[in-house]
Design a protein around this ligand. Structure first.
Ligand code: ATP
Ligand code: MG
Length: 201
């Protein structure tokens, strides 16, 4: 094939690709808030949520972040962004941990954060709400799926919500506009590497 033929072929392929992309862009014309779920066993769910929080704050939108686990743990993004008046963070007060055996106090702690979440999910000024690790609250039965569903369904039209956590409830998945499953190909932890400040939290 001559250089000229190669050029022509490339140009045609690019034209076809552009036509295809243009058609899809033209077809995606609905504008509203969205429900995104970052789930799966691989690393990156909470990081992706904070990345999107940063993105929204960058345009001056109001953002609410609810952390349903590891409340007392350090969190670099929270430390960096909490001075922004447009960010409101609610953390589980008593610090739910995997080793608590007291279901009653865990449930109460969860319900406290959920009340904040419900308020934000009803607030039309809230552009983005992150429900970090909420999947476990549903899994352990500290939160009712029906309550979460109702709050999500009735939220303001322009509000987007990000849910993170493994084992997302099938009803949540059914409601989502975008689902990203982080797939673990390898994780440093499994080779004995300790969670690292600024990388893992
Ligand atoms: P990150 O906060 O880094 O985005 P994540 O939200 O996807 O991670 P979680 O399940 O919430 O993951 O776990 C939180 C902590 O566990 C983080 O320190 C993360 O690095 C670590 N982690 C994530 N995935 C794995 C894994 N597959 N094996 C071991 N540790 C993991
Ligand atoms: Mg996480």
């Amino acid at each position: 094939m001559s250089d000229e033929q190669r050029q022509t072929r490339h140009r045609r392929a690019m034209e076809q690709l552009k036509a295809h992309v243009d058609e899809r862009v033209a077809g995606a014309d609905e504008e509203r808030g969205q429900l995104l779920i970052f789930t799966g066993n691989g690393k990156g769910k909470t990081t992706a949520a904070w990345g999107t929080v940063t993105r929204a704050l960058g345009y001056g939108y109001r953002v609410g972040v609810l952390q349903f686990i590891k409340g007392e743990w350090e969190c670099g993004e929270r430390a960096r962004l909490e001075a922004d008046d447009n960010l409101e963070v609610a953390i589980m007060a008593t610090g739910f941990t995997w080793d608590t055996r007291n279901r009653d106090s865990d449930r109460a702690a969860c319900q406290q954060v959920w009340q904040e979440a419900a308020r934000m999910l009803a607030d039309p000024n809230c552009y983005l709400v992150v429900l970090d690790e909420i999947t476990y609250m549903l899994k352990f039965g500290y939160l009712e799926m029906a309550a979460v569903r109702q709050a999500l369904e009735n939220r303001p039209r322009e509000q987007s919500v990000i849910v993170t956590g493994r084992n997302a409830h099938r009803e949540l998945l059914a409601m989502a506009d975008t689902i990203t499953e982080m797939q673990e190909t390898r994780h440093a932890f499994n080779n004995g590497l300790k969670a690292r400040r600024g990388l893992d939290y």
